[in-house]
Design a binder for this molecule. Structure first.
Ligand SMILES: NC(=O)c1ccc[n+]([C@@H]2O[C@H](COP(=O)([O-])OP(=O)(O)OC[C@H]3O[C@@H](n4cnc5c(N)ncnc54)[C@H](OP(=O)(O)O)[C@@H]3O)[C@@H](O)[C@H]2O)c1
Length: 308
């Protein structure tokens, strides 16, 4: 029996939906903005650089002049920017059907810090989105059948990344390894997704959390990875942005999800292919680890989630 591949054509009309995408000026976030606006959604493109965001909007509008796009400034490596963003978002919108936590930074050669002095991958990829999601939870609660789609990575279980949450040195003060730090941030994305989904369900809330990963996709993410990776390996192995965006699009729109799913490609060791349900590591499902990460994240971001 052959099963049909899931493609963007399977996305139902998104007319009337309000969708917020982080990292929307580039790569997967830009493609998700293009596709979801072509389906009729009002898309809020959250970007840290407005010039680059405006260029992204021009690209989409060239193809679809009627696309409903709004550009908002958001730097996930700065809690003040996230607070400012949330305030402006609350002024502009009272509905949020889908929040897509997509932005991310990978493998900076030297240890970099966020504005609040967290290691930049953990601080941006996990803590920034943890704070953002908590600040928008009231609007998500006020929107029926809303959803949070979280972009993780196959790297969350890569052996060379020694997957774990390093509670005794979350910011790698004692020794920096860019692979280990990225892996920690992407494992944290999944622990957060599953724990948030459990807590929302326990609170009988009408919000679903679904995770995804894009396999290996040709985007700007490899900008810190050196000539060989950027110009040779990526060109040979990576799939197109259109293909790599399908898992997060499926996580954001597939009507059959119940929460806690993880979508990704299934071919070539999950590097390429159409999105299907895939299995994340046992560690990503560890509830004790998730609970511990949750408590630390609340403390570090100074936000207490309200599940009532
Ligand atoms: N491409 C892959 O093969 C792959 C594999 C696994 C997972 N992923 C994940 O997919 C997501 C999207 O990455 P991509 O491949 O599309 O790479 P990309 O083209 O580099 O896009 C990353 C996006 O994140 C934004 N970003 C980075 N730091 C930010 C910050 N401090 N505040 C706000 N936005 C920030 C970037 O903005 P700027 O343009 O301003 O830098 C950009 O829009 C990431 O979470 C990544 O970990 C990608």
């Amino acid at each position: 029996m052959t099963t049909k591949n899931w493609t963007a054509e399977d996305i139902p009309s998104q007319q009337g939906k309000t969708i917020l995408i982080t990292g929307a000026n580039s790569g997967l976030g830009l493609e998700a903005s293009r596709v979801l606006s072509s389906k009729g959604a009002q898309v809020i493109m959250a970007v840290r650089n407005l010039k680059s965001g405006n260029e992204a909007i021009s690209l989409i509008k060239k193809e679809n002049a009627d696309a409903k796009l709004d550009l908002m400034q958001l730097d996930l490596s700065d809690f003040a920017s996230i607070h400012q963003f949330s305030q402006e978002f609350h002024q502009r919108y009272s509905q949020l059907d889908v929040l897509i936590n997509n932005a991310g930074v990978m493998f900076p050669a030297k240890r970099e810090l966020t504005k609040q002095n967290f290691e930049v991958q953990f601080g941006t990829n996990h803590l920034g989105h943890f704070l953002l999601t908590g600040m928008l939870l009231d609007i998500l609660k006020n929107t029926s059948n809303s959803r949070i789609a979280i972009q993780s990575s196959g790297q969350h279980k890569a052996k060379m990344g020694r997957p774990d949450i390093y509670f005794d040195d979350l910011n790698f003060n004692k020794g920096y390894n860019k692979y280990v730090a990225y892996t920690q941030s992407k494992l944290a994305n999944l622990l957060f997704a599953y724990e948030l989904n459990r807590q929302l369900k326990a609170g009988h809330m009408d919000i679903t959390v679904v995770a995804a990963h894009p396999g290996y996709t040709k985007t700007n993410l490899v900008r810190h990875s050196g000539f060989l990776v950027q110009s040779v390996i990526t060109n040979i192995l990576a799939q197109s942005v259109e293909m790599g965006t399908l898992p997060i699009l499926r996580a954001a729109t597939d009507k059959s999800v119940i929460g806690g799913e993880y979508f990704g490609p299934t071919k070539m060791g999950e590097m390429r292919g159409y999105p299907e349900l895939v299995r994340s590591s046992d560690k990503s499902h560890d509830r004790e680890l998730a609970g511990k990460l949750w408590k630390v994240s609340e403390k570090l971001t100074q936000i207490i989630y309200n599940f009532k």
